[in-house]
Design a protein around this ligand. Sequence first.
Ligand code: NCD
Length: 303
Amino acid sequence: MRHLIDIQDLSTQEIEHLIDVANDIMANPDKYAEKCRRKKLATLFYEPSTRTRLSFESAMLELGGSVIGFSEAASSSAAKGESVADTARTVSCFADIIAMRHPKEGAPLVASMAASIPVINAGDGGHKHPTQTLTDLLTISRVKGRLGNMTVGLCGDLMFGRTVHSLIGALSRYEGIRFVMISPEELTIPDYVQQDIQKSNIPYRETRSLEEAMPELDVLYMTRVQRERFFNEADYIRLKDSYILTPEKLRTAKEDLAILHPLPRVNEISTAVDSDPRACYFKQVLCGKYIRMALIMMLLEVE
Ligand code: NCD
């Protein structure tokens, strides 16, 4: 039985297979409409979500399966003090696969050790978010036609942004990748992510200025400052508007830049950027559904 807790649980070949399947689903949705008939997905979400939960659920429905679950800890037995392990064991009696989001780092890993069905990490605290990374990779490969040989700017909350941590882990496998880390000093990438980059010998540099980095970027990955991970509100307020992408700031950008954002956006991309052909973040949302369809099929071995 396979789980997806960290993007490193998938080989590069498997990631590329998922991308191929997702592209095929987009082209031939009817072929996949019955693949998960009589299968059930449980979405166990202990933290807010719009895209991740609804894309998992619509992915399963479009595969002909069905969905159960909860969307806040308060409506589950967690509110009575049940452990994640006991909940996972319980849900294994009802469903065929679990997607879990939890504010505590490592909770989906604990769930996977207790469950008798595959568990997918749908975001654990400020740690990892592997299915967002699959979404990002599908988007980048569709828009740019490649996953290597590019300069990728990661901008915003690189400390608490779990999507960034997983994306770095995946892109570091490709030839010719270079990262530019754009963040305030207080929100630079955690040491364990930095060590991963150093191990893979990927060139990267840090800057505080989005304007300074802009001209060299092929992909710009914007992120929200993660308010819920801050210890005090004053720090959040001081840092929340560190970067705001506007049409003016894009004047020095490459013509074929791809702008991504896992969403939700708060202030960090002006809505005036949405009509720029380089804005890919809503395309990215749609990619999320198709890659999750491919992933569910892989883990349920129904291909
Ligand atoms: C991200 C998350 O939950 O980490 N959202 C998402 O899943 N698309 C990013 C965020 O919340 O800022």
